[in-house]
Design a protein around this ligand. Structure first.
Ligand code: ADP
Length: 626
């Protein structure tokens, strides 16, 4: 018989398993039971929807059988089984579903942590086994197979005459070693408590022979050992349980059993609706951003059950994109078992459920924001960007629903604030909601353009996410207050007198300004005296809809190379450099050219825009020095 090698990545994982800390080893049982339950889900669904398969509810169960003498633990299920190809594919490599994700995550984090939190399916059995044998026969297959591995370097597969459809996994439990005692996994009591702890809500009976002392006869005090098959788990799915009976840890272990994430859930909601449509749902807000969240691989969706029977693993139609981070399950007795993906999209019930769920999530987030700010900020740190995308996408169709969930960093509060908080604090004379964009809070803090607005005592929201300004342009205003960039053309912050003075100055220096514009040519739309600068010499502002930050973002996309902001070079006439320019205008036009070019490049640098010709700039600077 040929021995096949594990894939390289499986080997690494196996090694990690074997060296994992002891306290985590017990989760192997949860993993195997959960896979067995999945396999029963699959056949159960088939049996209910396919008349050619006879259906008897008692046929679906999981059986746990320890054998102390042989040091084996058998986990048997009456699920769908595996064909030879499936065996090869599923147990020969871990590059399947959740495990693939695991593999990537391991590279970023300490792997040992993850095994305990997340588990890695079938492979975790090697934490407690020095050999694992799998007997399996797939539905509609005459033949069964035996798979065996010591978890070291490879595995064997051979035909095996298995009587019934399903899978039997035999764990050859390791011998006890120093400080590591594996007997718990062979002991009735130990196993019973592990099943209760991790797998109580599994919906199929988990059966085990249990030996208990019972009176020998009716009126006899003598006790004897009686062995009986018992169902260990409560079998009521967690979502059918009464909320009052459940604790945070129950929701947490369900999250882990379901492999909803590598993290702990940040928050959960348990919903039971009995109206136009009836359904129960458990929804989770994860704590951490899934590593593939912003990639093509990420699939949103909730597990969908029809009256306790799994009909779809990821039903995308139940979640809007802006809540795609939500994980969980929905069970409705109003759905047909035979519903297909295509029908599902049209289905009135599904639409009603989706609408209801959206509202529930939205309210939940709002109440988090109100009652547990710290948690909400943690959430926002991970998923705030998605909400902002939500405001921006679909031409702003959902902006009203989402605007109160947004947070931005504030110049005055030095922390995240909501738009409502901003508006409530606005001084009476302030008309707009001001924002400034840049790479980081530090950089924005130093932007010359913010000087005047801050001086007025107005709060500024700092935008550091690419999507921020796009989302805000979609919102246009909040509570009738228009959003305004501190870099936009018309800030209109001066009083009448200063305005008059500005007009006068403009007229006086008309020639200088138009010469400067000529020197810069197409690089800028205009050169102006600034009304927003106090101490800095120059800055750039933008006229029209496209801001300088937006230009930066759009330029990263292949189709938008030509989109440009209408840039205006603003010069501070209260700065000494302006007097130098005025003087040069009278005596030395070459100097005006030199200064203009340097000042323009300075403005680019402050904005974080690339210098078009760095060599020319350094030469210019040298000219000034000599
Ligand atoms: P994952 O699904 O996270 O990759 P596993 O490594 O545990 O996890 O399992 C790989 C695949 O093997 C499963 O997705 C499933 O298709 C199959 N499998 C595992 N255990 C069983 C079982 N008891 N019955 C049928 N198929 C199983």
């Amino acid at each position: 018989m040929e021995k096949k090698q594990f894939q390289a990545e499986s080997k690494r994982l196996l090694e990690m398993m074997v060296h994992s800390i002891y306290s985590q080893k017990e989760i192997f049982l949860r993993e195997l039971i959960s896979k067995a339950s999945d396999a029963i889900d699959k056949i159960y669904y088939k049996a209910l929807t396919d008349d050619s398969i006879s259906f008897n509810k008692d046929d679906y169960y999981i059986r746990i059988q320890p054998n102390k003498d042989n040091r084996t633990l058998t986990i048997k299920d009456t699920g769908i089984g595996m064909t030879q190809e499936e065996l090869e594919e599923n147990l020969g490599t871990i590059a399947k579903s959740g495990s693939l994700a695991f593999k990537k995550e391991v590279e970023m984090q300490d792997g040992q942590e993850i095994i305990g939190q997340f588990g890695v399916g079938f492979y975790s059995s090697f934490m407690v086994a020095d050999k694992v044998t799998v007997y399996t026969r797939a539905l509609h297959n005459e033949e069964g197979y035996k798979w065996e591995s010591d978890g070291q370097d490879g595995y064997t597969i051979e035909p095996y005459n298995k009587e019934d459809v399903g899978t039997e996994i035999v764990i050859h439990v390791k011998e006890n070693a120093e400080e590591e005692n594996y007997d718990e996994f062979l002991d009735e009591f130990g196993l019973k408590s592990l099943i209760k702890k991790y797998s109580d809500f599994i919906r199929y009976p988990i059966k085990m022979d249990v030996t208990e002392k019972q009176p020998k006869g009716d009126d006899d005090d003598e006790l004897v050992d009686v062995t009986e098959e018992q169902t260990i788990n409560s079998m009521v799915p967690i979502w059918r349980k009464n909320k009052q009976e459940l604790q945070d840890k129950d929701y947490q272990s369900f999250y882990q059993e379901k492999h909803f994430g590598f993290d702990k859930p940040l928050s959960h909601l348990h919903v039971s609706v009995d109206g136009m449509v009836r359904f129960q749902s458990i929804l989770y807000i994860p704590e951490q951003l899934p590593f593939n969240y912003y990639s093509q691989d990420f699939e949103k969706g909730l597990e969908l059950y029809s009256n306790g029977v799994l009909i779809m693993e990821k039903c995308a139609d139940l979640l809007p994109d802006y809540f795609s981070f939500v994980r969980g399950i929905v069970d409705s007795e109003d759905l047909s078992l035979n519903i297909s993906r295509e029908i599902l999209q049209q289905d009135r019930q599904v639409k009603l459920i989706a609408k209801n769920i959206e509202k529930k999530i939205s309210n939940h987030l709002k109440s988090l924001l109100k009652n547990d700010r710290e948690k909400y900020e943690k959430f926002f740190d991970s998923f705030g960007r998605q909400l902002k995308y939500g405001v921006y996408s679909d031409f702003g169709a959902n902006k009203d629903k989402l605007q109160d969930l947004l947070l931005f960093y504030s110049s005055s509060e030095k922390k995240l604030v909501s738009l409502k908080e901003y508006v409530e604090r606005m001084p009476e004379d302030q008309e707009h909601i001001y924002y400034a964009t840049g790479e980081s809070h530090d950089r924005i803090e130093k932007l010359p353009q913010t000087e005047m607005v801050k001086d007025k005592g107005y709060e500024i929201l700092y935008f550091t996410d690419e999507v921020d300004e796009f989302a805000i342009k979609m919102l246009l205003n909040y509570d009738d207050k228009e959003f305004k960039s501190v870099s936009s053309g018309d800030l209109n912050l001066e009083d009448e007198e200063s305005k008059k003075e500005a007009e006068k100055q403009k007229e006086e220096h008309k020639d200088l300004l138009s010469d400067m514009k000529e020197i810069l040519g197409d690089k800028v739309k205009d050169v102006k005296l600034s009304t927003r600068l106090k101490s800095h010499p120059v800055c750039l502002s933008a006229e029209g809809d496209v801001s300088i930050e937006m230009e930066k973002v759009l330029r990263q996309m292949p189709d938008n190379q030509n989109i440009q902001a209408n840039k205006v070079l603003e010069i501070n006439n209260k700065h000494d450099i302006f007097q130098a320019l005025v003087k040069a205008q009278e005596t030395d036009k070459e100097k005006v050219k030199l200064y203009t070019n340097i000042l323009y490049n300075q403005a680019l640098l402050i904005e974080g825009l690339p210098i078009e010709d760095p060599v020319a700039l350094t030469n210019d600077m040298c000219k000034v020095m000599v």
